[in-house]
Write a protein that binds this ligand. Structure first.
Ligand code: WT7
Length: 675
């Protein structure tokens, strides 16, 4: 059972419910995907009572099958879901191809329809890629990969910036039935190496260099560093993003993207895969130091991505969707690549940052391409809100119908700022709660239909059966106005099928903590109206700018430094990044020179974390202490460390049972002087 760790800063005020913006559907040229709230309720009830029929019909109508499935769900009855670690299988007997559904069927309909709008890091650098062009590139790369020996079920590592070639890469890999394993390009060479080894990837696809916020990143060099310890990697395909001639290149192993693609013709047939064949791995942080390779299987994932994009965002074929999240995270996978393309829409792929060359960048893109759905993490909105209204005001944002929020709680004042200044009170703000493991939205308003309350992710998507459980007893807290941990009672099509190579860890993490439920790792409340409020992680996971990090992972990085004896990492509230990382460190006294420069050591420690994990994981605060508070069995009491940082040293509870209660007073002093 988990320790209930932090209460959120969101107040559970029963703020008034906002109806969807008036005239929402009239502002679209297409007919609504969902007529009204009553239709949602009716469909939701059916999806829970009879998920086999509900999702079976949806899968038949919305996806193209190479071989139709025999059974939508096995077992059809959900009563045994999650018992003894069991998951149902979806769309049994069916054969399908992900790339075909994303590209071929739309290219056949209209090859000149724009699939991707690429907006480069520098304003006005970029281009449009049609479905017809996308199909050609995907087919060419699929042939190159086949020629290099990639087969169905193999994993291919992807370490690319936000460029259209990243989309081409993902689709080429799934076209031949292989799995992609995308590693966020902000990760260090060490993290990349760990993921390549864990997924046993033999091919890596990357770029010579990357551009972000006006800076150049030596992408290929990072890959080369990682590959020093990956003897099984046969080839690296390198896309020329900058064309810098100094980029390291090992002939034989390394191949230029343009040379490879030039060898092949325009068409290559998609490989049929079984519904439950794996489609991709995506590593995420859990409560231990070792990242988990979250595995998603083909048909269920595709259906989840397709339906949530269609209903949460009310996306139609004519729409332009701009998901400002990186392809290195699940948001990019589901809502920048698969969701929009599965719906035949146009997806904006943006390489840059919201602040370069100035804080208007997003709005300029929305205006220029007449974006209909915009999707971003609150951390960016906090930054832009702080920058000021003058950066938003000059732009014509009237094309926006839906404004999505993802990755962390959105505070009410940020929600209102988003709705008023960006949406100009005409767009529907949808706060979407989900996870890498869920594949697609779990709790979310449906655009144009679900009333919203700022700060609440509102109500469950089709097929999602949320429960609030007592954290200690695991008992279900029925009715409204309850608070506990969030669990899900039965399986949905896009739920992860496991942690790659470690099914037991999957069971232990998600299915064992609360019998017969999937455990989300989050605390949550259901208010008087039955709306859900996410209260933050209850495990040792920290959310920095919407990036998920395990405290154990940062601790494991710190210990790599020679002088570190022991460390404990905790999250604390930060105005801009949501949470920031604080590292309490005790140094090895015997190794420390008498005239040691502690400020310099702090910098070295931060550098160590940047090098071991990546810049985004760097602690904001490093606190040197003699000793960390521990229980008699030696467990570090992170709760105490968190409370001291939050200035709640008056409510530490009984510390007399610690093995070293005297450690606490020094910690309080150190934190006070650091302020
Ligand atoms: C964790 C999942 C979901 C894609 C991006 C992050 C937190 C996610 C919300 C939200 C409050 C949220 C949860 C969740 N989270 N969305 N709308 N409101 N919290 O995916 O890296 O797998 O992280 O992000 O704590 O468990 P992820």
């Amino acid at each position: 059972m988990v320790e209930q760790t932090q209460k959120s800063h969101i107040s559970l005020d029963h703020e008034k419910m906002h109806a969807p913006p008036e005239g929402f559907f009239e502002r679209s040229t297409s007919k609504p995907n969902l007529a009204d709230f009553a239709t949602y309720q009716k469909m939701y009830d059916q999806s829970i009572q009879d998920p086999a029929t509900f999702f079976g019909e949806q899968a038949k109508q919305t996806l193209d099958w190479i071989r139709p499935f025999d059974q939508p769900r096995f077992p059809a009855d959900k009563k045994d879901d999650f018992k003894n670690g069991d998951l149902p299988a979806w769309f049994v007997g069916g054969q399908i191809n992900a790339a075909y559904n994303c590209v071929d069927r739309w290219a056949a309909k209209d090859p000149n329809k724009v699939a991707i709008i690429y907006e480069g890091d520098e304003p006005d650098s970029g281009r449009k890629i049609t479905y017809g062009e996308l199909l050609k590139d995907v087919c060419k790369l699929a042939q190159a990969l086949t020629k290099l020996g990639v087969k169905k079920g193999d994993s291919v590592a992807v370490y690319l910036p936000m460029i259209p070639e990243a989309v081409v890469t993902l689709l080429a890999i799934v076209r031949i039935g292989a799995m992609h394993s995308v590693v966020f390009a902000g990760f260090s060479s060490t993290s990349l190496k760990d993921r390549i080894l864990d997924a046993d990837s033999r091919i890596v696809i990357t770029a010579d260099e990357s551009k972000r916020g006006g800076k150049t990143i030596e992408t290929k060099k990072i890959v080369d560093d990682a590959l020093k310890d990956c003897p099984d990697v046969r080839n690296v395909i390198v896309f020329k993003r900058t064309g810098n001639s100094h980029v390291p290149f090992s002939p034989g192993r390394d191949l230029w993207w343009h040379d490879e693609l030039a060898k092949y013709g325009n068409y290559f047939p998609p490989t049929p895969v079984d519904s439950e064949d794996p489609m991709f791995l995506l590593y995420t942080s859990g409560s231990t130091g070792k990242p988990k390779g979250v595995q998603h299987n083909t048909a269920g994932y595709l259906l989840g991505a397709l339906l949530t994009t269609k209903y949460t965002f009310d996306v139609h074929e004519d729409d332009v969707l701009f998901t400002a999240g990186d392809i290195g995270w699940i948001t990019g996978h589901t809502y920048c690549v698969y969701g929009p393309l599965l719906n035949g829409a146009t997806s904006v792929v943006f390489e840059g940052t919201p602040a370069y060359p100035n804080f208007s960048r997003y709005w300029e893109i929305v205006d220029k391409y007449k974006v209909n759905q915009f999707y971003v993490a609150p951390t960016a909105l906090r930054l832009l809100k702080r920058a000021g209204h003058k950066y938003v005001e000059p732009y014509d944002l009237s094309s926006l119908r839906v404004l999505g929020s993802v990755g962390e709680p959105i505070a009410a004042e940020v929600w209102h700022w988003y709705s008023e200044n960006v949406g100009r009170n005409k767009a529907h703000v949808v706060d979407t709660y989900w996870q890498t493991e869920s594949g697609s939205h779990l709790l979310c308003p449906l655009a144009g239909v679900t009333p919203t309350k700022p700060g609440s992710a509102s109500l469950p998507f089709f097929g999602i059966e949320p429960k609030i459980l007592d954290p200690t007893t695991g008992e279900e807290l029925k009715g409204n106005d309850v608070e506990g941990v969030l669990a899900i009672k039965s399986a949905w099509p896009s739920i992860t099928r496991g942690i790659f190579g470690d099914y037991n860890r999957y069971i232990d993490t998600y299915l064992r903590p609360y019998a017969d439920h999937y455990f989300s790792g989050d605390g949550a409340a259901r208010d008087l109206d039955g709306f859900y409020w996410i209260l933050g992680r209850v495990d040792d996971v920290v959310n920095v700018s919407g990036h998920r990090l395990s405290t154990a992972e940062v601790e494991a990085a710190l210990i790599e430094h020679d002088l570190v004896g022991e460390s404990a990492v905790v999250g604390y509230a930060d105005d801009l990044t949501g949470q920031a990382i604080a590292a309490y460190v005790s140094l090895k006294k015997h190794k420390l020179p008498a005239d040691a420069d502690l400020e310099a050591i702090k910098k070295e420690l931060i550098l160590t974390v940047r090098k071991e994990i990546g810049p985004f994981a760097a602690p904001k605060t490093v606190l040197f202490v003699d000793d960390l508070p521990k229980t008699r069995s030696g467990k570090i009491m992170r709760r105490i460390l968190r409370k001291v940082l939050a200035g709640e040293e008056d409510s530490l509870g009984d510390i007399s049972t610690l093995s070293n209660p005297q450690a606490v007073s020094q910690i309080i002093d150190v934190v006070k002087t650091s302020r």
